[in-house]
Design a protein around this ligand. Structure first.
Ligand SMILES: Cc1ncc(COP(=O)(O)O)c(C=O)c1O
Length: 388
């Protein structure tokens, strides 16, 4: 029998009933008029969520495939690239670029801290010959919970011709990302996070400058050739170049409708409320979020474990004793943090239950915390946010 867990990891996220129902649908011809209409509507909606008038290209893959598509379509072996690098997913984007032969410079910060904009600007200023072809930024660094300030990076670029490519896998639809207004060339996201859909599709928005770079790029590509993707969405019956993940498209179509009906500003405000509530709860319990409030992203909260506690044991206890799924740390934070996801479809009562479970699990492992004070602080923060 299927177990009902409370899913509080930073993606995949729970799915709204409307999205679940949308998937309960028969297959049809993926190149026919019925499905083409649905894809057209889905892409119109996604353009609003991406805040772009440019094409949004759907791909059948997870978010990492989207990152790989950005590298193979817009870069060539030998290109110099600047990676804004303060966590596991920033490093993944950089590693993909290196794997395809790019020469990557990393401008780093300790995990849990933002990369100083001045350090990024300094790297760009020192590139007197303007060799950087792209700057890679992960807006919501899901491993640490840091919000990397895309608009500030764009301003630091000034008139430097490098493309700005943003991994928005855990941020698009959770926090503002004004693709066109800020001048972002490539934005990549996945279906399974704030888009409230199952894993299986990635989406990229592409500026005119990025399309021009794609024409110059000499990197071999086939499945992820975005020019083919563009041709397929401009077909009479829009689709993907190869057989598509129809059920995921049904879901994304429904989820984007929900997001637009709620309104983007309201969706962002809801994520802000959830994040404030969780951070207040964590502090009220006597624990500490990894990231200070000024730089914390509103989609995930990594919580520092008390000295001597293995975060993985806490995650296992929460799952095995309480059926609550919270995220383990990643990479060098594997044992020292646990991550509470609050992006996409979340509810305050689920997060309150998650906080309570975190406290109970720590107590079970011999490290009692102020669980009730934590949930009370979370409730208070939620009420305060509602009155604002
Ligand atoms: C910021 C970020 N980038 C990339 C990825 C990779 O996406 P996927 O696991 O869908 O390949 C993730 C997944 O958690 C992510 O959070």
């Amino acid at each position: 029998m299927a177990q009902i867990n409370l899913l509080l990891i930073p993606g995949p996220t729970p799915l709204p009933q409307e999205v679940l129902r949308a998937m309960d649908r028969q297959m049809t011809n993926h190149r026919g008029p019925t499905f083409g209409r649905l894809v057209g509507e889905m892409l119109d909606g996604l353009r609003q969520v991406f805040q772009t008038k440019h094409d949004v290209i759907p791909l059948v893959c997870s978010g990492t495939g989207g990152l790989e598509a950005a590298v193979t379509n817009f870069l060539s072996a030998g290109d110099r690239v600047l990676s804004v690098n303060n966590g596991s997913f920033c490093e993944r984007f950089a590693a993909i670029a290196e794997r395809y032969g790019a020469r990557v410079d990393r401008v780093t910060a300790d995990w849990g801290h933002p990369v100083p904009i001045e350090a990024i600007a300094e790297h760009l200023r020192s590139d007197a010959r303007r060799e950087y072809r792209a700057v890679l930024v992960t807006q919501s660094e899901t491993s640490t919970g840091v919000h990397n300030d895309v608009r500030a990076v764009r301003e630091a670029l000034g008139d430097h011709p490098a493309l700005l490519m943003v991994d928005a896998v855990s941020s698009l639809g959770a926090i503002p990302l004004e693709t066109d207004a800020w001048g972002v060339d490539v934005v990549i996201t996945g279906s399974q996070k704030a888009l409230m859909s199952p894993p299986g599709m990635a989406f990229l928005s592409v500026s005119d400058r990025a399309w021009a770079a794609a024409e110059r790029s000499t990197t071999p590509r086939f499945y992820f050739d975005l020019a083919r993707g563009r041709a397929a969405i401009h077909d009479r019956f829009p689709s993907t170049p190869f057989t598509t993940a129809m059920t995921v498209a049904y879901a994304v179509h429904a989820a984007v409708g929900l997001i637009l009906r709620e309104g983007l500003p309201q969706v962002f405000a809801r994520h802000r409320r959830m994040a404030r509530m969780v951070r207040a709860g964590v502090r009220g319990m006597g624990l500490a979020p990894l990231v200070d409030d000024a730089h914390a992203v509103h989609s995930v909260t990594p919580v520092v474990m008390p000295e001597g506690v293995d975060g993985k044991a806490v995650v296992a206890r929460a799952r095995d004793a309480y059926d609550v799924l919270i995220g383990a740390g990643i990479g060098r934070l594997e044992h020292t943090v646990v991550r509470i996801g609050h992006l996409g479809y979340t509810k305050p009562e689920w997060l309150l239950a998650g906080l309570e479970t975190l406290g109970r699990s720590l107590a079970d492992l011999g490290h009692p915390v102020q669980t009730e004070a934590g949930t009370a602080a979370a409730r208070e923060a939620l009420e305060a946010a509602a009155q604002r």
